[in-house]
Design a protein around this ligand. Structure first.
Ligand code: PMT
Length: 403
């Protein structure tokens, strides 16, 4: 897997002689696992055809802002989709337009509409490049947060020697890869996450379950993968899609979850157990659907293994984090679980609140550390909490001299 795997790269090609080199760039980006979406200016289509980029990238190429395509309001769709934009080659003209905020074609409107990082690869005649107007425009774009990949020096197509050559595609890729790798703070770490609720069968059609949707655990798995970790998600019942770059295995019962977790435990660096696991299961699972009968029906339940407790007994290098969903005495019960199960962290959830815990988009937690720390977070989206939780995990790995 590369830092470009599954990334949506919007490649803006403008009307310079080096436009043909953007074909090689598109091809290499695709080989590295990126989805490459090309936007061409009218000038670029005088040098290279749309068809060529289409064949190379396997994606529709856009050049006409008013043409009907698969995307609805195209410049917004591509601007939103982009993980990163590269304008290569970037002519003096495009640099002048975007630094002035002009948006009069598909590429300039997409640039103005995106929040993704933007890399410009200026390539032009040396005098045009060195002209103070162009240099001012580049400085202006840097101030707006854009990244400029400096051109090479050498013999230019216009017959002069000097700065302004399109850099090698390898250098462009090295610069954007190193940018994408920043923030990959968990690269090389194996993180095991559990999420969702378990189901304990009563008969072929009925079960005992709970209200967990998996949102909290999936948000953690997604964030850990974004930070470069090798993420294994053991998922109970959940309808959520698998986050990018996460290996997911589905389980149903607590016993199945135990088996799946133990399989991945030994070489894990971190285990985060956000799943809501049934403490009990029916002693007998009826082979046929249980029929109605007069009077009461008694179910005998037996204890499920406490997976987290078992991990606490076996742990070596692993950092263990549990979740505790409580309706009363939240802080005491949670800390008690942390000590009993030999955990490094426990996340306490007050699930009596309507806006936190099971099935909500938000959560309100207190994070306890075995070493004595206590951090209370206000009501936040589960995605934002996942970031806070992983920041704590990173600190713990760092303290152990593990990062
Ligand atoms: O999925 P969502 O809808 O987003 O909801 C999120 C959540 C509320 C389910 C989640 O944030 C949460 O709090 N999960 C823990 C639920 C719980 O009640 O845990 P517990 O107190 O029963 O167990 C404590 C810890 O031991 C948990 O980490 C649990 O995964 C683990 N455990 C519990 C029982 C068991 N047999 N084996 C276990 O490993």
């Amino acid at each position: 897997m590369t830092s470009l795997s599954k990334k949506n790269i919007v490649l803006g090609v403008t009307g310079g002689i080096a436009a043909y080199k953007a074909v090689e760039l598109a091809s290499k980006l695709k080989k590295m696992g990126a989805a490459v979406h090309v936007i061409m200016t009218k000038g670029a289509t005088s040098f290279v055809t749309e068809r060529l980029f289409q064949e190379i990238t396997g994606q529709a190429v856009v050049s006409d802002m008013w043409a009907k395509t698969e995307f609805h309001v195209e410049h917004i769709a591509l601007a939103k989709l982009a993980d990163l934009m590269i304008i290569a080659p970037a002519t003096a003209n495009i640099l002048a337009k975007v630094s002035a905020g002009i948006a009069d074609d598909m590429l300039t409107t997409t640039i103005l509409a995106t929040k993704a990082p933007i890399f410009y690869v200026p390539a032009m005649n040396t005098n045009m490049y060195e002209n103070p107007v162009t240099q001012n425009n580049l400085d202006q774009l840097r101030k707006y947060g854009a990244h400029i990949i400096e051109p090479d020096s050498g013999y230019l197509a216009c017959g002069v020697e000097g700065k302004g050559r399109f850099p090698t595609t390898d250098r462009i890729i090295a610069e954007i890869s190193s940018f994408l790798k920043k923030g990959q703070t968990l690269t090389g770490r194996k993180i095991l996450v559990t999420a969702g609720g378990t189901r304990e069968a009563l008969d072929p059609v009925r079960f005992l379950g709970n209200r967990s949707t998996g949102r909290m655990g999936y948000a953690i798995a997604a964030e850990a993968a974004r930070r470069g970790a090798d993420v294994y998600l053991v998922s109970g019942i959940s309808e959520l899609p698998c986050p990018d770059n996460v290996r997911r295995v589905f389980v149903e019962s607590a016993l199945q979850m135990r088996e799946a977790v133990l399989r991945e435990f030994d070489d894990a660096d971190v285990v985060i157990k956000a799943a809501a696991v049934a403490d009990y299961r029916p002693k007998m699972v009826a082979q046929q659907k249980i029929k109605k009968q007069e009077g009461e029906l008694c179910l005998t339940l037996v204890r499920n293994p406490d997976i987290l407790k078992e991990l606490g007994e076996r742990k070596k290098q692993q950092i263990l984090m549990g979740f505790a969903a409580e309706t009363e005495n939240v802080e005491n019960y949670a800390q008690d679980k942390m000590h009993r199960k030999n955990l490094d962290f426990i996340v306490a959830n007050d699930v009596s609140a309507k806006d936190a815990g099971f099935g909500t988009d938000s959560n309100r937690i207190i994070l306890f550390e075995r070493t004595g720390g206590r951090t209370k977070y206000p009501l936040m989206e589960k995605e934002a909490l996942a970031k806070c939780i992983l920041d704590k995990i990173e600190m713990a790995l760092e303290k152990r001299g593990n990062v």
